[in-house]
Design a protein around this ligand. Structure first.
Ligand code: NAP
Length: 547
């Protein structure tokens, strides 16, 4: 008999972790199968990445007409994107619109963090607990917790003594921050830093940028949405969405390259890089030639072109050389898109400090100190220092199999998955765009839809065959991991110390996590696996024990 201190656990068909773009689409798609679903979201609103990352200048680097859901034809016709690239507030508004339009909110529990999930083999279900002490049971779990959702502030000593204010890009205050008249330090020059630096520079009395590794950045060339472009794109939406499925980045509208960068002479090559530089956007640039991400000599030509642009823009020679990346081929770390990033270093109130040659030693009461003893007085510090990417969100949850093995143990040497969507030994738990899938290397919403559709089809397949359990074999998992590594090793990606490799987190295993064989190849493979009766998975029926 239940009592108030031991309430009956909520019983679900599918528990979803996360109320971002993936969690919301999962609710919509799985509901259509008649399943009882509920998403649990740590934030006080839906939106995931776009709920948390409110730093100045936050904007998507994929064009807004592409970076949007494709599952509903009317939605994509109705929504008006005001600019070429969506700003964070605009994308969050869109996500909230979707939540209302498809009545998704009633199945989202906000302000709730999932803390553990344990599979009970006898009952054939997951027992999941929340930070509020609630217990939920579910036949299936869909982990839609995001790849860049675990913000990381480096473990600098002294941070607690800092008398000013500090912020992380991924945990930005909702009320915004006014840096007017302040001495500000930004640590980190990845996509987040590159977007916020030009805007903070306009407000701050002085901005000091602490750079460890220079990143390549291309001009976004954002504009208000041209009416004709929108009209044409919307008229062609079905064909464009279908065409995106046939590309490596799940983004349509770029002519497929046909030649190696080394097949043409320097003048022709530079003319094509210049055209792409003027056009703006990163996909277009990396798609200039067939081999920019697999042939170092080809890549050198594209890298040097951008380095020369930096040298031509930044007036101080020493600063320009520091900003010109030389330690990795262009595109092997996430390529940044910016508005006036390099120009910002010509402002008299901005300085660049190289913390590669002289590392940050500590945060002090009044600022920060480098190993050499050089000290900087700061009123505010912004950490644009990134995330525990791809594995952080799942490793924060205590996930255990029926025999007690923890996911953290299973992933001790790096993440192991089959297709990036399931894990051997963890039945009925799906991961959306997990490590081993191309998600983070693509137009993320397309990858989310592809995964959620695949997961929904798998669950539907089980039900239609009176089955209720699916898990990958250990063999399929290890062969997939080997394949992911082999593909990565055939490219230039492993040459960069990136978050794709776990390199930004001290002690994290250095394993290349995303699948870089291309979205098109990957989707075909996933479809073939399903068509062959879920090859590499064990599907079964379990007599469930009444609870
Ligand atoms: P990030 O790319 O991981 O960059 C973190 C930066 O902090 C790097 O410059 C890193 O230097 C530096 N850093 C970390 N620890 C440091 C330390 N102890 N001392 C000095 N510097 C340190 O993180 P992010 O910029 O937040 O971007 C993460 C990803 O989110 C992006 O790659 C992208 O996929 C996504 N994102 C997208 C957009 C967009 O769509 N426009 C915007 C923001 C983010 P090292 O390189 O030397 O490690």
């Amino acid at each position: 008999m239940p009592d108030a201190s031991h309430p009956v656990p909520r019983q679900l068909d599918v528990l979803i972790v996360g109320g971002g773009l993936a969690g919301l689409y999962a609710i919509h798609r799985l509901r259509k199968l008649g399943l009882k679903v509920r998403a649990y979201e740590a934030g006080s609103g839906v939106g995931g990445t776009w709920f948390w990352n409110r730093y100045p200048g936050a904007r998507c680097d994929v064009e807004s007409l592409e970076y949007s859901y494709s599952f509903d034809a009317e939605l994509q016709q109705d929504w008006k994107w005001p600019e070429r690239y969506g700003t964070q507030p605009e994308i969050l508004k869109y996500i909230n619109h979707v939540a209302d339009r498809f009545d998704l909110r009633r199945d989202v529990q906000l302000d709730t963090r999932i803390t553990s999930a344990a599979f009970d083999g006898k009952a054939n279900e997951w027992t999941v607990t929340t930070d509020g002490g609630e217990e939920i049971r579910a036949r299936y779990c869909v982990m839609a917790a995001g790849n860049l959702s675990t913000p990381r502030v480096p473990d600098f000593k002294g941070l607690k003594d800092f008398k000013g204010k500090w912020y992380h890009s991924g945990l930005w205050p909702h009320e915004g921050v006014d840096f007017s008249g302040l001495k500000v330090g930004v640590i980190g020059t990845g996509s987040s830093g590159v977007q916020m630096i030009p805007i903070i520079a306009q407000q701050a009395r002085h901005l000091t940028v602490f750079q460890r590794t220079a990143n390549f950045s291309l001009p976004a060339r954002n504009t208000p949405m041209p009416e004709e472009k929108e009209r044409k794109h919307k008229a062609e939406y079905p064909q464009r969405r279908a065409a995106a499925m046939e590309t490596p980045f799940a983004i349509a509208g770029h002519d497929k390259p046909t030649r190696s960068a080394l097949d043409v002479d320097k003048a022709e090559r530079d003319a094509s890089y210049e055209a792409k530089w003027q056009e703006g956007g990163s996909i277009s640039y990396l798609y200039a030639y067939t081999d920019l991400l697999v042939n170092k000599a080809s890549n050198d030509t594209a890298s040097e072109f951008v380095r020369n642009k930096i040298r031509a823009t930044v007036k101080d020679r020493k600063t320009a050389e520091l900003l010109a990346p030389k330690d990795h081929p262009i595109g092997t770390k996430r390529l940044c898109l910016d508005t006036d990033y390099y120009e910002t270093y010509n402002r008299p109130n901005v300085s660049l400090v190289d913390v590669r040659s002289d590392a940050i030693e500590s945060i002090t009461e009044t600022g920060l100190k480098l190993g050499s003893g050089a000290a900087f007085d700061l009123d505010a510090i912004v950490f644009a220092t990134g995330f525990d990417a791809m594995t952080g969100a799942l490793n924060e949850i205590d996930i255990r199999t029926t025999d007690g093995e923890a996911l953290r143990q299973h992933w001790e040497g790096g993440p192991l998955t089959y297709l990036g969507v399931m894990i051997a030994g963890f039945p009925n738990m799906f991961v959306v765009t997990g490590p081993g899938s191309p998600g983070v290397k693509t137009q993320m919403i397309a990858s989310i839809e592809q995964h959620v559709d695949w997961i929904a089809d798998a669950i539907d397949h089980l039900h239609r065959h009176q089955l209720d359990r699916i898990e990958p074999t250990a063999k399929a998992e290890s062969e997939w991991v080997e394949h992911v590594n082999r593909v990565a090793d055939s490219t230039l990606y492993p040459l960069a110390n990136s978050w794709y490799m776990g390199a930004n987190i001290p002690g994290k295993p250095r394993v290349f996590m995303p699948y870089v064989g291309g979205f098109d190849r990957y989707k075909k493979h996933c479809d073939a696996v399903a068509a062959k009766g879920y090859e590499g998975f064990t599907l079964s029926r379990h007599e469930t024990v009444a609870i």
